[in-house]
Design a protein. Structure first.
Ligand code: ATP
Ligand code: MG
Length: 259
């Protein structure tokens, strides 16, 4: 289902992002994510989390600094080549689902496969498999307004993983959900990770962050802590000792907390 890369899935070096108007949303971010990791990105509102995720997902380019995704130097790629890289390697899940209203769950998931060069029939089959994977085999023909919030987020996750991406990026996937639906979405992410998908999750939920094997904390556009929990296990990850940094005196909240 996933591919093994000799190089890290994500390598950011000295990444800055300035928006027009002079906002420096990211200021010199270094981040390496290895295949099989499951990490939380945490930090206050406006600290640059979504900006970081968009750059990692190649939806946006940095103002300066290096970005390598699955070994490819993003700066060297045309927009077209970048879309191809994205459709092959990256899946996105957003807080507000971003489903197409009025069409079935199956069609929503199949839409995510449009640029993979598959036939319409094959896209439909893969969409069905992805929906079964997230426990919605009996909701294929439901349209978004006929689904609960948690089910909508499952459709969004199915859409993100239908193309078997190496890297799944989720921006507050539980933010719009009640506790039980949020928990089941997190369970699903753990399962996908156990199957080999590398996952980065932005979350405001301290419990969720603490339950993941790695937490990257960002403040004012800078990574201020990068902590691994010895107590949690990342399935399939050879991540031990890879660049873990925890500046002295920071992020005590992330350490020693088990599920
Ligand atoms: N398109 C844009 N144009 C100008 N400024 C932007 C743009 N997008 C984000 N910003 C600014 O960049 C900073 C970082 O924004 P970002 O969306 O990455 O924050 P965040 O950590 O995801 O916050 P939240 O938790 O509220 O989602 C903020 O100050 C924001 O106002
Ligand atoms: Mg955000």
């Amino acid at each position: 289902m996933t591919h093994t890369h000799p190089s890290p899935v994500v390598e950011l070096s000295g990444v800055t992002k300035e928006y027009p108007g002079g906002v420096a949303a990211l200021r010199g971010v270094d981040l390496t994510v290895s295949g099989g990791e499951l990490l939380a990105i945490v930090g206050p509102s406006g600290s640059g989390k979504s900006t970081l995720l968009h750059i990692v997902g190649t939806l946006d380019r940095p103002t300066a600094g290096g970005v390598r995704i699955a070994g490819h130097d993003v700066a060297a790629l045309s927009d077209r080549a970048l879309s191809a890289l994205r459709s092959r390697h990256v899946g996105f899940v957003f807080q507000s689902f971003h489903l197409v209203p009025g069409v079935s769950a199956r069609a929503n998931v199949a839409e995510g496969l449009l640029y993979c060069g598959l036939s319409r029939a094959e896209r439909g089959r893969r969409a069905e498999r992805a929906l079964e994977r997230v426990g919605l085999g009996d909701r294929m023909d439901h349209r978004p307004h006929e689904l609960s919030g948690g089910q909508k987020q499952r459709v969004a996750i199915a859409r993100a993983v239908a193309g078997a991406p190496d890297l799944l990026l989720a921006d507050e996937p539980t933010g719009a959900l009640d506790t039980a639906s949020g928990e089941s979405v997190m369970e699903l992410l753990h399962e996908l990770n156990a199957d080999g998908t590398t996952i980065a999750v932005i979350t405001h939920d301290h419990e969720i962050a603490a339950s993941l094997p790695r937490q990257v904390r960002i403040r004012d556009g800078e990574i201020v802590a990068d902590v691994r929990n010895a107590a949690t296990v990342t399935a399939g990850s050879g991540a031990a000792g890879l660049g873990a940094t925890a500046p002295a005196g920071s992020a005590a909240a992330g350490t020693g907390v088990a599920e």
